[in-house]
Design a protein around this ligand. Structure first.
Ligand code: HDE
Length: 751
C-alpha cells in the first residue's frame, strides 16, 4: 500500500461527503500489482506461513509436504478479487441507483460475497465437534517387521507424517475445552502405502460393547432435546438414566469420573486405540495388538473446581495451550507403546479382548515402546485443516487389520458415512488435509466437488482399452487377514461380555487415595444434578458392585441411604488375573521431571520488589517455564525504588486457574495494595485449593496469611521464604515439577 493511499481517510470514497462527482467516479481503493505467480507467490506464502507456524515443513518429515503447499493461499501484496479473479474496485459499498437509491440485483460483487458467506458453515461433527489439531511425524524406534508389514514400522528411524486432532465428545463446536468428558485422540498417518487413521480416545475403554447402542448413548449424553441443555456435560438426567441401565458402561464411568476427564492439557494425556487390532506380517502371520500413546510430559489433570473456573476464564484453554506450546517450539511428544499377544493367549484371559469395555492389564501383557509421535507445526487454517480433516476407523494399511470387536464393526461403517453429509459428498478424500501422500488411482468417478480431472475414456476394470490400468495389486495390495468365520446369524454377545464390574473395581483399586476421593466427588456432583431420585439410587446401587467404599462415599455426598447392590448379570464372575494395576493411576507417569511450558504468575503491584521479580522470573524462564506478571491492571507500574515493570495480565483477565503456580514477591507497598484487593486474596485461595505450587517471599508471605493460608510442614507446595531468590527459586522449581500437591486437600476445603 503506497504512503499516499494509506494517508487518505478510510472512508475517502464516501460520496455523500465528497459530492456527486465522487459518486460517479468512486475511489478505487489501494491496489498493488499482482505478484508474479511463477516466482514470488509460493515462496512468499511459504515464508509467511513459516513465520506464523514456527518453521517450514521439512520435506519428508511433516505432513504439509508439497500437497498442502500447492493449495496454500496468501494475499500479501495481492489485489482483492471475486472468485472469478476479477479485481474488485470497492469492497465497502454495494451498487445503488443513486446514493440513496435501491441496491441493484446486477451487483454480482455483492451477491457473490454474501452468497458465499451464507454458506460458510458446514455441519459440525455429530460427536467430537470441538477439537484442535497439529501436524507432526511418527518416528519408528524399533522395526516391527516380524510382527507387521505396516509401513510406519518398517525400519528404525523411519518418519511418517501425521496430522493429529484432539477433541471433546459431547459439546458443540463452540463449547468449552475443560468440560468433564472423554477426549478424542485421532492420528492420521500419511504412510507411503496409504492413510492409516488410529482414531482413539484418552481412555482405553468405552461405554458400550456394541455399535447398536451408540446412537442411544450419544442421544443420552448430548443436551436434552426439549430444551437443549446442558451443553458439554454429562451431569444431567438422560445420561445417568441411560448409563445406570447399562451396567457395561460402569468401567468407563470410573474413567469418566476420574481426573482423566479433566486433563491439564492435551499434551499431558494418554491416548489409546481402545479396540484390539491385528498386526499381520509379510508372511501373513497375525498377532493381536493394543495401541497406547504415553505423553513425555506425564499425565496431569485439573481439579474440578479449577476446570469450572478455567471454562469461564478461557473456554479455549486446551486449544490455546497446544497452539502456544507448538508456536514456542515446545511441540509435545508421545511414546507409542504396543501390547502384542496371540489369539491363544487372549482365549485364556478372564475377559474378552473383543469387548471394548475391557483393558488388557499391563501386568498381563507389557506395553513395549516402539516409536514416538512429535507435533511440531500448527495448522495454517483452522477450517481447511482441523475442521475438514476426516478420520475414519476403517482406514488401515497393509500390515494392519481389524478384529471382530462389534463396536469396531459399527465404526468401520460410520465414519465414511458421516463425512458424506458433513463434507458434502463422497469426494472428501480429495480435500488436501485428507488426501493421502500415496497415489490414488481407481475408477470411482464424479460426485459433488470432484477435483481430479480423470483423463481418457476408460473408467472400468477389467479393460483392454487402457492396457488394463489401473490394475489389481494382488498380494502387493491390502489383503484381509483370512480369519475363519462360522456360526449362526443371531443377535447377542459372547459370555465374557456379561461381566461388567471386575475392571471397574481394578481401576478404582489402582488409584491413589486422592484420586479415589476425586472419583467419589465427581459421582456425587454429577448425580446431584440428576433430578429423578430413582436414577441416583440405581447408579449408587450399581457402584456397590465396584466398591462399597465408593458407593458409601457417593451416597453420603447425596444424602441418601445406601441401596442394595444392583443384581449382576452373572452370579459367579470369573476371577480377574490382576487386582491392582499401578499404571492406571495418573501418578504412574509423572513426566520428565522438568517444568518446561508450565505457567507461573508473579503477582505484582506498585512498590513490588523488582529484584526479586526478575531473579525468580529469570530462574523460571531458564528452566523453560512461561512467566506472566499479573497486576491489579495491565501495563506499566513503578516497582520499589522507582524501577518500571510491565504487568502482562491483570487479576481479572488472568485468574489463578490459568496457572500452574504463583509467586508473591516482597515489597511492602505492593503487598499492602494486594492485601486490600479481594481479587488477589481469591487468586491465592483458588491456587491453594487447586493444589498449585505457591511461594511467598519476604513481605509477600503476609498475603498468604491475609488469605487464610497457613504454613504447613506436610505441604511441599507451599513455600514461605525469606532471603535471596537464588536459594528460593530452585526450591520453587522443584516443587512445581511435582505439578500438584494433593496432600493439602481436605473435604470440605479448609481454605
Ligand atoms: Fe467415534 N465417531 N464412534 N469413537 N470418534 C466420530 O466421525 C462412532 C468411538 C472417535 O477428530 C464421528 O468424523 C460410532 C470409539 C474420535 O475428527 C462418527 C461408534 C472411539 C472421533 C463416529 C464410535 C471413538 C470420533 C463423528 C461406536 C475411541 C473424532 C464425526 C460404534 C476408540 C475424530 C466423525 C476427529 C468421531 C462414530 C465410538 C473415537 C459419527 C458409530 C470407541 C476420536 O462417525
Amino acid at each position: 500500500v503506497d504512503a499516499a493511499a494509506a494517508a487518505m481517510p478510510h472512508n475517502a470514497g464516501k460520496a455523500a461527503e465528497y459530492g456527486e462527482e465522487a459518486a460517479r467516479c468512486p475511489y478505487t481503493g489501494a491496489t498493488v500489482p499482482a505478484a508474479d505467480p511463477s516466482a514470488g507467490a509460493s515462496s512468499l506464502s511459504e515464508s509467511a506461513a513459516s513465520e506464523k507456524t514456527n518453521g517450514p515443513a521439512e520435506p519428508g518429515v511433516n505432513a504439509a509436504g508439497g500437497r498442502l503447499e500447492r493449495v496454500r493461499a496468501d494475499a500479501s501484496g495481492q489485489a482483492l478479487t471475486t472468485n472469478q479473479g476479477v479485481r474488485v474496485s470497492d469492497n465497502q459499498h454495494s451498487l445503488k441507483a443513486g446514493l440513496r437509491g435501491p441496491a441493484l440485483l446486477k451487483d454480482f460483487v455483492l451477491r457473490e460475497k454474501v452468497t458465499h458467506f451464507d454458506h460458510e458453515r458446514i455441519p459440525e461433527r455429530i460427536v467430537h465437534a470441538r477439537g484442535s489439531a497439529a501436524h507432526g511425524y511418527f518416528e519408528c524406534q524399533r522395526a516391527l517387521t516380524d510382527l507387521t508389514a505396516a509401513a510406519p514400522f518398517a525400519e528404525k528411524g523411519k518418519r511418517t507424517p501425521v496430522f493429529v486432532r484432539f477433541s471433546t465428545v459431547a459439546g458443540e463446536r463452540g463449547s468449552k475445552d475443560t468440560a468433564r468428558d472423554v477426549r478424542g485422540f485421532a492420528v492420521k498417518f500419511y504412510t507411503d502405502e496409504g492413510n492409516w487413521d488410529l482414531v482413539g480416545n484418552n481412555m482405553p475403554v468405552f461405554f458400550i460393547q456394541d455399535a447398536m447402542k451408540f446412537p442411544d448413548l450419544v442421544h443420552a449424553v448430548k443436551p436434552e432435546p426439549h430444551h437443549g441443555m446442558p451443553q458439554a456435560a454429562s451431569a444431567h438426567d438422560t445420561f445417568w438414566d441411560f448409563v445406570s441401565l447399562m451396567p457395561e458402561s460402569t468401567h468407563m464411568l470410573m474413567w469418566l469420573m476420574s481426573d482423566r476427564a479433566i486433563p491439564r492439557s492435551y499434551r499431558m494425556m494418554q491416548g489409546f486405540g481402545v479396540h484390539t487390532f491385528r498386526f499381520v506380517n509379510a508372511k501373513g502371520e497375525s498377532r493381536l495388538v493394543k495401541f497406547h500413546w504415553n505423553p513425555v510430559l506425564g499425565t496431569h489433570s485439573q481439579v474440578w473446581d479449577e476446570a469450572v473456573k478455567v471454562s469461564g476464564a478461557d473456554p479455549d484453554f486446551h486449544r490455546r495451550d497446544l497452539w502456544e506450546a507448538i508456536d514456542a517450539g515446545n511441540g509435545p511428544q508421545w511414546e507409542l507403546g504396543v501390547q502384542v499377544f496371540t489369539e491363544e493367549e487372549a482365549d485364556q484371559f478372564s475377559f474378552d479382548v473383543l469387548d471394548a469395555t475391557k483393558i488388557v492389564p499391563e501386568e498381563l501383557v507389557p506395553v513395549v515402546p516402539v516409536g514416538r509421535l512429535v507435533l511440531d507445526r500448527n495448522p495454517d487454517n483452522f477450517f481447511a485443516e482441523t475442521e475438514q480433516v476426516a478420520f475414519c476407523a476403517a482406514h488401515v494399511v497393509p500390515g494392519l487389520d481389524f478384529t471382530n470387536d462389534p463396536l469396531l464393526a459399527g465404526r468401520i461403517h460410520s465414519y465414511v458415512d458421516t463425512q458424506i453429509s458433513r463434507l458434502g459428498g463422497p469426494n472428501f478424500h480429495e480435500i488436501p488435509i485428507n488426501a493421502p501422500l500415496a497415489p490414488v488411482q481407481n475408477n470411482q468417478r464424479d460426485g459433488m466437488h470432484r477435483q481430479a480431472i480423470h483423463r481418457g475414456r476408460v473408467a472400468y476394470e477389467p479393460n483392454s482399452l487402457a492396457g488394463g490400468c489401473p490394475f489389481q495389486a494382488g498380494m502387493e495390495g491390502f489383503v484381509s487377514f483370512p480369519e475363519p468365520a462360522a456360526g449362526d446369524e443371531l443377535r447377542g454377545h459372547p459370555e465374557k461380555f456379561a461381566e461388567h464390574y471386575n475392571q471397574a473395581a481394578l481401576f478404582y483399586a489402582s488409584q491413589a487415595g486422592w484420586e479415589r476421593g476425586h472419583i467419589a466427588s465427581a459421582f456425587a456432583f454429577e448425580l446431584s444434578k440428576v433430578t429423578v431420585p430413582a436414577i441416583r439410587r440405581r447408579m449408587v446401587a450399581s457402584l456397590r458392585n465396584v466398591s462399597d467404599e465408593l458407593a458409601q462415599a457417593v451416597a453420603q455426598g447425596l444424602g441418601m441411604e445406601l441401596p442394595d447392590p444392583l443384581p449382576r448379570a452373572i452370579e459367579d464372575p470369573p476371577r480377574p488375573e490382576v487386582e491392582v494395576s499401578p499404571s492406571l493411576s495418573l501418578t504412574a507417569r509423572p513426566g520428565d521431571g522438568g517444568i518446561a511450558t508450565r505457567k507461573v504468575a508473579i503477582l505484582v503491584a506498585e512498590g513490588v520488589d523488582a529484584k526479586a521479580v526478575s531473579a525468580v522470573a529469570d530462574a523460571l524462564i531458564g528452566a523453560g517455564a512461561t512467566v506472566r506478571l499479573v497486576g491489579q491492571r495491565i501495563g506499566p507500574l513503578a516497582a520499589e525504588g522507582g524501577q518500571a515493570l510491565d504487568a502482562d495480565g491483570s487479576l481479572d483477565n488472568q485468574p489463578s486457574a490459568l496457572f500452574d503456580g504463583a509467586v508473591v514477591p516482597g515489597g511492602e507497598a505492593a503487598v499492602e495494595r494486594l492485601r486490600a484487593d479481594g481479587r488477589a486474596l481469591e487468586f491465592l485461595r483458588d491456587a491453594f485449593r487447586h493444589g498449585k505450587t505457591l511461594m511467598g517471599m519476604g513481605e509477600g508471605k503476609q498475603l498468604f496469611a491475609a488469605a487464610g493460608i497457613e504454613p504447613d510442614e506436610a505441604d511441599g507446595g507451599l513455600l514461605l521464604v525469606d532471603g535471596a531468590p537464588a536459594k528460593s527459586a530452585p526450591m520453587f522449581i522443584e516443587a512445581l515439577a511435582r505439578h500438584r500437591h494433593p496432600e493439602r486437600e481436605t473435604s470440605p476445603p479448609a481454605v
